[in-house]
Design a protein around this ligand. Structure first.
Ligand SMILES: Cc1cc2nc3c(=O)[nH]c(=O)nc-3n(C[C@H](O)[C@H](O)[C@H](O)COP(=O)(O)O)c2cc1C
Length: 283
C-alpha cells in the first residue's frame, strides 16, 4: 500500500480529515452540578471506558474548557454518564445548545432527573444506562490546551430493568449495544449543499454477526492469560510438544532476564523466530 503522510504538528494538509483519527464514538449525556448545585447536561463523545484490573471500571473524556460541564467538574468532581438511543437524539441536541450556565438542560430539553446512588448529580430517567462517576484526575490536554480530560471511577450504575433481563437471557451479552446507542460519526454541512450549517451526524451499530477470535490458539480458559499458560495450552492442544515448550520457556527466561535488543540480540531473534513459526503452524 502507498501512504499519504500527514504531519499533524504543522499546518493542516488540505486532504487531512481528522475523522481518520477519531473513530465513531458512542454518545452520552454528562450530568454535572456547579458549586451552587445548579444542574447541567452536556452531550459528549470524546472519551471511553477502561478497566483497571482489581480496581474497577474507569472512564475518561475531554471537555472544552469554556463549557459549563468542564467548569462544573472542576468545582464539583462528580458526574453521571447517560447512554442514549436514537429516540433521544433531538433532546440531546437541545442540551448541546448554548444554554446559559445555571439554567438546567433537564428543564429546557424536558428530561427527568433520576436520583443517583453515590454521587450528587442526578442521572437521566430517559437514558437506559446511567453510570455514576467520581472524578479522580483532571488534566489539560497539552500545556495550554483548550480541553480538559477528566478521568474517574464508575462507582454505581442504573440500567433499565427490561434491558438487564434481555441481556441476562441473551446468548451473546452485548450490554450497552442492546439499547441501540448512537455514535458520533461526522460534523459536516448537509451533503446536498454547502450552504447548510454544520450539524452532527450519527450512526447506529449493527451488532450482528459478532466475529470471534480463534479457539485454535492461545490460552484455553483465559482470554489472554500469561506466557506459561499459553505454552502449556498449546502443548495440550498438540501444537507443540513438551520439549519445544521447555525450549521456549528457557528462551523466554533468558529474554526476560535481559530484555535488551543489543546485548541479548541472539535470544531476541531466536525467541521471535520460534514464536512466529509456532503461531503460523498449521494444525
Ligand atoms: C453528540 C455530541 C457530542 C459532543 N461531544 C463533545 C465532547 O466530547 N467534548 C466537548 O467539549 N463538547 C462536545 N460536544 C459539544 C457540547 O456538548 C456543546 O458545546 C454544549 O453546548 C456544551 O454544553 P455546556 O456548556 O452546558 O457544558 C458534543 C455535542 C454533541 C451534540
Amino acid at each position: 500500500m502507498d501512504f499519504e503522510r500527514f504531519d499533524l504538528e504543522i499546518d493542516r494538509h488540505p486532504d487531512w480529515n481528522h475523522r481518520w483519527l477519531q473513530p465513531p464514538q458512542i454518545a452520552y449525556l454528562v450530568s454535572t452540578l456547579d458549586r451552587a448545585g445548579n444542574a447541567n447536561l452536556t452531550p459528549v463523545t470524546m472519551g471511553t471506558a477502561m478497566v483497571s484490573p482489581g480496581n474497577g471500571w474507569w472512564y475518561s473524556f475531554a471537555i472544552v474548557n469554556e463549557h459549563d460541564a468542564c467548569r462544573n467538574l472542576l468545582e464539583a468532581p462528580e458526574c453521571v454518564i447517560g447512554y442514549y438511543g436514537p429516540d433521544l437524539m433531538y433532546k440531546s441536541w437541545i442540551t448541546a445548545l448554548p444554554i446559559p450556565r445555571g439554567i438546567s438542560e433537564f428543564d429546557v430539553a424536558d428530561l427527568s432527573p433520576l436520583p443517583s446512588q453515590k454521587v450528587r448529580p442526578h442521572g437521566i430517567q430517559e437514558c437506559p444506562v446511567n453510570l455514576e462517576m467520581k472524578v479522580y484526575h483532571s488534566q489539560r490536554l497539552g500545556d495550554d490546551g483548550g480541553s480538559t480530560m477528566f478521568t474517574g471511577k464508575i462507582v454505581a450504575a442504573a440500567v433499565g430493568k427490561e434491558y438487564v433481563r434481555k441481556d441476562v437471557e441473551a446468548a451473546e451479552r452485548v450490554g450497552v449495544l442492546s439499547i441501540d446507542p448512537v455514535f458520533e460519526v461526522l460534523i459536516a454541512p448537509q451533503e446536498i449543499g454547502p450552504d447548510r450549517p454544520e450539524r452532527l451526524y450519527y450512526a447506529r451499530m449493527q451488532s450482528r454477526p459478532l466475529y470471534r477470535d480463534s479457539d485454535d490458539i492461545g490460552c484455553s480458559n483465559d482470554w489472554i492469560g500469561d506466557f506459561q499458560t499459553w505454552l502449556s495450552d498449546e502443548e495440550r492442544r498438540g501444537r507443540i510438544d513438551a520439549r519445544e515448550r521447555e525450549e521456549l520457556l528457557e528462551l523466554y527466561q533468558r529474554w526476560v532476564e535481559g530484555p535488551d535488543a543489543e546485548t541479548n540480540r541472539q535470544v531476541k531473534a531466536a525467541l521471535t523466530g520460534r514464536l512466529r513459526e509456532m503461531v503460523w503452524r498449521q494444525m
